[in-house]
Design a protein around this ligand. Sequence first.
Ligand SMILES: NC(=O)c1ccc[n+]([C@@H]2O[C@H](COP(=O)([O-])OP(=O)(O)OC[C@H]3O[C@@H](n4cnc5c(N)ncnc54)[C@H](O)[C@@H]3O)[C@@H](O)[C@H]2O)c1
Length: 324
Amino acid sequence: MNILVTGGAGYIGSLFVKEALKNNYRVVVLDNLSRGHVEALPENITLLNENLSNSKILKEKFLKLNISCIVHFAGYALVGESIEDPELYYDNNIVGTLSLLNTALDCNIKKFIFSSSCSVYGNPNLTPITEEETIKPINPYAETKAIVEKILMDYEKAYNIKFVSLRYFNAAGADFSGNLGESHNPETHLIPRVIKTALGELNFIEVFGTDYPTEDGTCVRDYIHIEDLATAHIKAIDYLQENDDSLVVNLGTGKGNSVKQIIEITSQIIGKDIPVKYSERRPGDPAILVADNTKARQKLKWQAKYNLNDIIESAYNWHKNQKY
Ligand SMILES: NC(=O)c1ccc[n+]([C@@H]2O[C@H](COP(=O)([O-])OP(=O)(O)OC[C@H]3O[C@@H](n4cnc5c(N)ncnc54)[C@H](O)[C@@H]3O)[C@@H](O)[C@H]2O)c1
């Protein structure tokens, strides 16, 4: 089966490409390299270095390449940037995705897997969070994910596309080979920032808020290894092959760790003290975001394999010898 992976030169997409090739899929990558790294791609891969919305060129290519499923990672993913420049986000993540979907329909491609996010829940009412939780995004980035999900639901009804929307919790870790890992600019994610502090690349790690209603007062998140995310996408393709149905599922481990715990465990693993600066809360950070992953286990027959130690060890192994 030929699959198109958008955003395949990015952090999560590149690991998925590796996993898909291992599972004998024929993979074509669509990535304009605006935020990705060509070094993250295998040598002989077909790369369409195009924008999502370049429908004329993409239609020709999709037909020629006989694509039957799209795994859509491409998008911008920085919350702060989305607040400062919402136009960029609405344009790239919504208009771009809509254009891609319409091109797919023109080519009769009706299977679609979407990288959604737990941020669609905003400040959830209940934790762990089930898929039944109300959707109430609190920043433009999260809004783009919620709107694309809504578009997918309407397109299913009207045009009979089938989709799996995967609401990732905090993607983290690196390929265990040490060859693929996180390289965002700016890097806003906690684990790479803590590791960069341990490596002396940052002077200190800033912790925003110590008075949250959590055990140690710092925010709690559900960190999931990108290898586990990759295998969930393979299961999602299987699901679309076997069922004439669409699905929205959380992808998390179901286990939460606080910011302080991440710093402590990283310090233990690396064997170095990590300087910390405590600051006020940042607006818009929910206290706790932990997945209820029952639905993913039942419907996708998927379960996370890796724990926080695996995440931090693999990320450290990547960052100490970062290749791109
Ligand atoms: N990293 C996380 O913790 C997390 C959590 C939830 C959801 N997500 C979602 O997962 C997806 C992948 O995240 P990531 O961390 O790997 O991001 P990333 O920035 O590393 O990768 C995104 C890739 O998409 C490409 N891209 C962006 N806009 C494009 C366009 N218009 N046309 C072609 N290519 C384009 C970029 O060049 C980049 O290679 C994103 O959609 C993100 O919103 C990520």
